[in-house]
Design a protein around this ligand. Sequence first.
Ligand SMILES: Nc1ncnc2c1ncn2[C@@H]1O[C@H](COP(=O)(O)OP(=O)(O)OP(=O)(O)O)[C@@H](O)[C@H]1O
Length: 371
Amino acid sequence: MIELSGLVKTYAAPRRRGGLRQLVARRTSDVDVVVEDDAPVRTGEVRALDGVSISVPAGDVVGVVGPSGSGKSTLARCVNLLERPDAGRVVVDGQDLTALDAGRLRTARRSIGMVFQHFDLLGSRTALGNVALPLELAGVGRRERETRAAELLERVGLADKKASRPSQLSGGQQQRVAIARALAARPSVLLCDEATSALDPGSTAGVLALVRELRDELGLTVVVVTHEMDVVRAACDSAVLLEHGRVVDEGRLADVAARPGSPLATRLLPAPARPPVRPGSALLQLVVTDGWDGQAGPDGGGGPGEAVMTSLVREHGLDVSVVGGRVETLGGRRAGHLLLEVAGGAAEHAARLGGATDALRARGVLLEVAA
Ligand SMILES: Nc1ncnc2c1ncn2[C@@H]1O[C@H](COP(=O)(O)OP(=O)(O)OP(=O)(O)O)[C@@H](O)[C@H]1O
């Protein structure tokens, strides 16, 4: 379990370089100062995290999403204190890491594995040597660490690549080696920072499936930092949306879609392209999840929206057709964002449409009616 409370992280000097040289060069004509070429610019503070509190239950896979610069990587690096927050607490499996001295923190960090976008394997070592490295650093004997590394490589599907160097492996294979290495010290937490961003779609799917399998087998708590909503849909149980270092939305995926209009719902289940409406017709925009009315379920046949269609046609006597739709599986539950065209007609029809939209509103699925 990971509990982050009130995390604040401020960087004093942004990483941007250049600029200062020009500024000081103007002054050098007066004061004759020698300036280093790549002197960093101090343009003020960047508040990368601004009071972030989240709680990730043990065994959950949480996705951390948000625009570039919103603080995702800083958040992940604060979980194992690679970055020390200026304020707030980081509690992992009941242990407050922010309160530990350097020696005890080193030990505690072994329970947190990390994988990065560019794998960060040692090119001079074989796959086996890379996976065995954390054990070597922890003082584990050669025979034991090689046995464990071989088991892990087998587990990630690379039993035949023990002697291969990183340059002889594909990106997906290198990331599998990095995952095996991250698991060498038997951690309870796995941090994945853009772990699939450098991979093609096939390798991405394989790595995400592996992460979920390992979570199931080992009970890992997993933090997935990503800018891709597809990664969240495929791998996560819940998600946290950051903007400007703050949490602006969070929730379990299975529930998020049923909160139409929430920033996460908008990203996880975007509205389909809106077609022109035929004169006299109405366009209904709605979000429905499996089981929303106790009828359709993932195993019970039908899809999200089918019960709505049936109700509109049979109960309200409307002429309805689907003119746009997007269905996603979120946290094991199907959710549909649908555009329905209701054919126009006589005044009597308008009354029926009014009754139907009232019923949809009462069930919380109707987002908008456009005439
Ligand atoms: N070491 C650092 N020194 C100075 N500023 C930093 C440092 N690391 C991050 N920042 C700044 O903190 C803010 C948050 O950065 P962070 O890398 O956490 O964002 P991110 O959401 O992961 O972005 P991206 O999706 O582009 O990787 C940014 O404004 C960034 O420039």
